[in-house]
Design a protein around this ligand. Structure first.
Ligand code: NAP
Ligand code: FE
Length: 366
């Protein structure tokens, strides 16, 4: 049995928002725009969305209070703003944080839900239509049914996973990513790489998801060595955004795996950026998988254009630079947390808690 479902209409290319503005008219007459504090104003994306809405006489209100790794409280504030304004659809502009917050806001606008039910569903009332404008090339959230929020109740990051929050439209214009700072470019590219790699190593992988993952890895493999070598240029930025979207389509089908499960603790407890957290653990995670699935890991390094895992390690070490310090107690605590994560079950080699602790300890030379 093979299922492939991708309901998001993707429009891409420089100027695509203004060019395809008419699509927005089908979603309603009042939009809540959801952004982070600064970047959407600086990179031209907010301006283009506002110009498109103005041209269609769609009223809008901007909610620009999304922090990285958005909290449930912020999503609830956004939902209140959506209700007060009478929003008929939402537009999330930014990295994964703003797009994920927009998805949670779309759910909460008409649904009174406690924290637990927000993550599990069901949602009795409609979810507002969602438009996504990625301005980082990493999460693929513009084409996924996930919204990942900081969950203080469980001291980790928890996901909403519901077909109701697939964006209706994604606008991919790489010009918004041209001024991304180098560390954000690296961390987000490594997140996209993790999605493609983990999708390939998921028990839910299908022939189609593997084709998308392979293409994504081939592109990211070519881009990785360039990421810390000065301005990337538009063509490379466009390739990264495309590869990140492909990897998003992959995890929409396969979910993420133990690598993301472990990464969540590094973000929650150590404030390490999401993509960086995955990257710091990736080599040891792949060594662990390779013990039982050497062919799959060889295929991955081959697709990346690398000879072996050591070459990937050298590349990641160079890009991610000095690692944070993790204590033995932290490695134990984080592995226990990761063991409870839903996505752990997708991993083709099921890790025990001790395996996870070893991966974390080796990654940080504990
Ligand atoms: P992010 O937290 O959305 O953004 C990181 C930083 O980059 C912010 O300071 C942001 O500033 C800035 N930024 C964004 N776009 C920029 C641009 N074009 N130019 C300059 N600066 C820019 O980072 P992210 O890595 O994209 O997203 C991470 C989040 O996505 C995590 O919460 C992660 O769990 C989630 N995620 C979701 C999925 C999914 O399928 N839904 C998959 C993977 C990860 P502003 O705050 O000013 O905008
Ligand atoms: Fe991710």
């Amino acid at each position: 049995m093979m299922k492939f479902f991708m309901p998001t209409k993707v429009c891409s290319g420089k100027g695509c928002i203004v060019e395809h503005a008419a699509q927005l008219k089908t979603l309603g007459n009042k939009a809540l725009i959801i952004t982070g504090k600064k970047s959407a104003k600086a990179n031209g994306s907010l301006h283009d969305v506002q110009a498109a809405l103005d041209s269609l006489q769609i009223a809008y209100c901007v909610f620009d209070r999304i922090n990285s790794n958005p909290s449930l409280a912020t999503a609830r504030d956004g939902a209140r703003a959506a209700k007060e304004f009478g929003a008929e659809f939402v537009i999330g502009i930014g990295g994964g944080s703003a797009m994920d917050a927009a998805k949670a806001i779309a759910v909460l606008a008409f649904n009174e839900l406690d924290d637990k039910t927000l993550f599990s569903g069901p949602y009795a009332n409609p979810v507002l239509p969602i438009v996504a404008v990625p301005t980082t090339a990493g999460t693929g959230s513009e084409v996924t049914q996930y919204s990942i929020l900081t969950d203080d109740r469980l001291e980790t990051k928890s996901s909403i996973a519901s077909e109701a929050i697939f964006p209706r439209i994604a606008f991919l214009d790489a010009s918004y990513t041209e001024k991304l700072p180098v560390p954000v470019t690296i961390n987000t590219a490594v997140d996209a790489l993790s999605h493609a790699v983990e999708g390939y190593l998921s028990v839910k992988a299908t022939e189609v998801s593997n084709i998308l993952a392979a293409e994504s890895m081939a592109i990211i493999g070519k881009c990785l060595p360039l990421l810390d070598k000065g301005p990337l240029g538009f063509a490379v930025r466009e390739q990264l955004l495309y590869a990140s979207m492909l990897a998003g389509m992959v995890i929409a089908h396969t979910g993420t795996t133990a690598l993301h499960s472990m990464g969540y603790s590094l973000t929650y407890f150590k404030d390490i950026d999401h993509g960086r957290a995955n990257g710091l653990l990736m080599h040891e995670y792949l060594e662990f998988i390779a013990c039982h699935h050497a062919d799959a890991v060889e295929k991955i390094t081959g697709l990346l254009g690398m000879k072996n895992l050591s070459e990937l390690k050298v590349c990641l070490d160079r890009l991610l630079k000095e690692k944070e310090t993790i204590s033995k107690q932290e490695a134990q605590r984080f592995s226990a947390k990761a063991l409870q994560a839903k996505n752990l079950l997708n991993t083709i080699r099921k890790p025990a808690r001790e395996d996870l602790e070893k991966i974390i300890a080796k990654s940080f030379a504990v």
